[in-house]
Ligand binder design. Structure first.
Ligand SMILES: Nc1ncnc2c1ncn2[C@@H]1O[C@H](COP(=O)(O)OP(=O)(O)OP(=O)(O)O)[C@@H](O)[C@H]1O
Ligand SMILES: [Mg+2]
Length: 269
């Protein structure tokens, strides 16, 4: 079953009912309302965060180091529970890509990509079919039998993205996935990510420290304050999909990136 509604924190009296279909375009997949998170050691990570992500939206989150961006993703994925306010996830299939590819070194590319489907109990023929589709989507055809140490950093991240793609995620969480890569490889992976999004139209929540990456990929960019993180700006990105690499050199793009940078500078102040 897909589309299970999971709620955390204070639950509303009139919560949306359970439903079987994938979220329709525009349907809310993730909702934070005055969401607070205080870790058991007393660290106040998030303060009254209001954020909605709908199917077909790709939302990037930028903010100072330690402001609670990863914490936000951990709540969205169910790894952490909100300590106050309200957090609702209307997705059953959640992809999560971390900064490190976190591949199993003894498994081939194909077997790494098939891992989540395997843990989900998907029969072998079906999970290998899904793995091969995902490998093709991220441009790794021909590398199925390679072990992780035989791949570049960019290829390892592609494997990590493909692994989540086998779940056909309704909600796709990314925590600085391309931060360790050189600028050109990062741009290539951004091009692939935006193509994937244009094709699949999942709900995306993408944490990054790169303003241009945030603007290039997203339908919205939210800017967080320093810890405890609050959302201080929510900026629409009006460019159509699919996006072309040349978009980065347009005046409209540069103007919007400058607006996000300015908000980020204020958030650091
Ligand atoms: N398990 C934990 N227990 C206690 N404090 C934590 C825990 N995880 C994170 N924190 C603290 O919560 C705050 C927010 O951490 P978080 O990892 O969400 O920040 P971030 O915005 O992702 O930072 P960065 O940009 O450096 O990745 C930080 O002060 C961090 O030290
Ligand atoms: Mg982080």
């Amino acid at each position: 079953m897909s589309g299970r509604v999971r709620e955390q924190g204070r639950v509303r009296p009139h919560a949306p009912s359970m439903h079987d279909a994938s979220p329709a375009p525009g349907q809310q997949v993730l909702g934070f309302e005055r969401t607070d998170l205080v870790y058991p050691n007393g660290t106040h990570a998030l303060d009254a965060v209001d954020l909605t992500v709908r199917a077909g939206e790709f939302v990037s989150v930028v903010g100072p180091s330690g402001c609670g961006k990863s914490t936000l993703l951990r709540i969205a994925s169910g790894l952490e529970s909100a300590s106050g306010g309200y957090a609702q996830v209307g997705a059953n299939r959640i992809g999560y890509v971390f900064q490190d590819a976190t591949l199993l070194p003894w498994r081939s590319v194909r077997d790494n990509v098939a891992l989540l489907a395997e843990l989900d109990g998907v029969p072998k023929a079906e999970r290998l079919r899904r793995a091969d589709d995902a490998i093709a989507l991220v441009g790794l055809r021909g590398f199925e039998k390679h072990l992780p140490h035989m791949l570049s950093g960019g290829m390892r991240m592609r494997v990590s993205v493909a692994r989540s793609l086998t779940l056909d995620p309704e909600l796709f969480l990314f925590d600085e996935p391309f931060g360790a890569l050189d600028e050109i490889t990062r741009q290539h992976l951004n091009d692939e990510t935006t193509r994937l999004f244009a094709d699949r139209r999942f709900a995306g929540l993408f944490v990054t420290h790169s303003v241009s990456e945030a603007v290039y990929l997203s339908t919205r960019v939210v800017v967080m304050s320093g810890r405890p993180g609050r959302i201080v700006q929510d900026i629409e990105v009006p460019f159509d999909f699919p996006r072309e690499p040349s978009l980065r050199y347009t005046a409209e793009f540069t103007t919007l990136a400058a607006k996000v940078s300015e908000a980020l500078r204020e958030a650091h102040a």
